[in-house]
Design a binder for this molecule. Structure first.
Ligand code: MLT
Length: 269
């Protein structure tokens, strides 16, 4: 991984391949490694340059603010692109919290967008109860560490098939959660709690978009994600079999095939 300075701190990122920039934004409370199947499977084959950061407060990147808002993360991505000298429009691909950040990137930096890939995410904001529960979880994470999130979240992140057949993958995700920085995780939980509701904006997001969901996603369900795609004027919808909320990690071959087809569509004049 490489790093660049950002807001008096530094941001780490993987940078693989060459061509059209594809920025891969991880979910909560994970890091760039959730994109291992894309960094491996899409490298060099499709003329795209994959940039997969550890967002500030996750993986190797130190925490900066609290709350860590989706808007600030979006600005950090723009700053990372500036730091890399990338001025051309990018394809922004976000998983779950990464999707919340992708929506903010559209709001704040849309001239820098060539396309969006929204994986297992939601357009709706938290209800008041969910937001309050997140803030309480953030307090507990600061006291007890991120392990409690691994225990609470892991059973809901994966499809039945992944749970039964891929214990090593689930343990790797557990390790990523447990080893994350409590301060960064708590700050992002507070940031998600105050994120904007993007539902009303969906009809205005007209850049080419691919909406991807694991067929067994119980957090951002296929019905909810199909609704997001239908509300957007220029979106394709793909359901990924044998996958839950972590579809890019659980079934990288099918997610990569969907991304490849999307890249081909973007290249057409
Ligand atoms: C994620 O995977 O990023 C989380 O499920 C997002 C959330 O907690 O809303």
């Amino acid at each position: 991984m490489r790093s660049l300075p950002i807001r008096g701190s530094e941001i780490y990122f993987a940078d693989r391949g060459a061509g059209v920039p594809l920025v891969l934004v991880h979910g909560f409370p994970l890091d760039h490694a959730v994109w291992a199947g894309q960094l491996e499977g899409l490298s060099n084959t499709n003329g795209c340059r994959m940039i997969a950061p550890d967002l500030p407060g996750f993986g190797r990147s130190p925490a900066i603010d609290d709350p860590a808002t989706m808007a600030q993360f979006a600005d950090d991505l723009a700053a990372l692109l500036d730091g890399l000298g990338i001025a051309e429009p990018v394809i922004l691909c976000g998983l779950s919290m990464g999707g919340y950040i992708a929506f903010e990137f559209w709001r704040r930096h849309r001239s820098r967008l060539r396309g969006l890939v929204l994986c297992d995410t939601r357009a709706a904001a938290d209800s008041a109860e969910v937001a309050e529960a997140r803030r309480q979880t953030a307090d507990r994470v600061l006291r007890e560490g991120p392990r409690l999130l691994a225990d609470a979240m892991l059973p809901r992140l994966f499809s039945e098939a992944t749970q039964q057949l891929r214990p090593a993958l689930i343990e790797a995700v557990r390790a990523a959660i447990v080893n994350n920085n409590a301060r960064g995780v708590a700050a992002a939980a507070r940031g998600m709690a105050q994120r904007a509701d993007m539902t009303g904006e969906l009809p205005r997001i007209d850049c080419p978009t691919l909406v991807v969901v694991g067929r067994n996603d119980m957090i951002s369900t296929p019905d909810e994600m199909r609704g997001i795609a239908q509300a957007m004027p220029n979106a394709a919808f793909v359901e990924i079999p044998f996958a839950g909320h972590m579809s890019p990690l659980e079934n990288p071959d099918d997610v990569n095939a969907a991304i490849r087809a999307f890249l081909t569509r973007l290249r057409k004049p």
